[in-house]
Write a protein that binds this ligand. Structure first.
Ligand SMILES: Cc1cc2nc3c(=O)[nH]c(=O)nc-3n(C[C@H](O)[C@H](O)[C@H](O)COP(=O)(O)O)c2cc1C
Length: 192
């Protein structure tokens, strides 16, 4: 089994979502010791933006990295994504990653009856961190967007581990992180 761990916070050691994704990945590793974990830190090691040159694949090193990013996504059984809210949306570094895994013919295709996702069968856990409180509000362009775009790719098994209101006060922050850590989904589910 393969787990892909993606971080995108620009806040380093002060990041809420990095703390959550690390705890989620550790929970999976403790439960499934044979688990293979791939990691990409999109802040330290960003995927280049989707420019015309990138689409034309003029830089073979960048093109190989883009293919590597796509293959890691395709290969993963479980994906843990750190998704901070920056200016009401995902960090541009995470959007650049989404741009490399949303590829016609590889992760989705159009048919004469509409689009079909090709990347189903994965479980995705999203560590969502935000300074304010946005769940269910029109200001949330993080969680609905990620659920939609992953659903477009055929990924429907998506869970959110959420810490919000972290900027309200230090107490809000520590309570929100503790609640999120307590809500990490179990790696193994009981058979239905
Ligand atoms: C550049 C920047 C923009 C932010 N924009 C928002 C925002 O629009 N709404 C919000 O509720 N919090 C916002 N915040 C607060 C973050 O969502 C909060 O710090 C959260 O913990 C980010 O996750 P991280 O700690 O893993 O980076 C912003 C923080 C930064 C650094």
């Amino acid at each position: 089994m393969k787990l892909l761990h993606i971080d995108s916070s620009a806040l380093g050691a002060n990041s809420v979502t990095r703390e959550l994704t690390a705890a989620i990945a550790a929970r999976w590793q403790d439960t499934l010791p044979g688990l293979a974990i791939a990691y990409r830190d999109l802040d330290a090691d960003p995927v280049p933006h989707l420019t015309g040159a990138a689409l034309a694949k003029t830089d073979p090193v960048a093109a190989a990295d883009a293919e590597h990013v796509l293959q890691q996504f395709l290969d993963a059984d479980v994906i843990v994504i750190g998704a901070p809210m920056y200016n009401f949306a995902i960090p541009s570094t995470l959007k650049a990653w989404i741009d490399r895994v949303t590829i016609a013919g590889r992760t989705f295709r159009y048919t004469d009856t509409g689009p079909v996702g090709l990347a189903g069968g994965k479980r995705v856990i999203i560590a969502s961190g935000r300074g304010g409180i946005h769940s269910g509000a029109p200001s949330d362009f993080v969680e609905p967007y990620l659920a939609f775009v992953l659903g477009f790719l055929g990924v429907t098994d998506i869970e959110f581990v959420r810490a919000e209101g972290v900027a309200y006060s230090p107490q809000h922050r520590s309570d929100a992180i503790a609640a999120a850590l307590a809500a990490i989904p179990e790696p193994l589910r009981a058979a239905a």
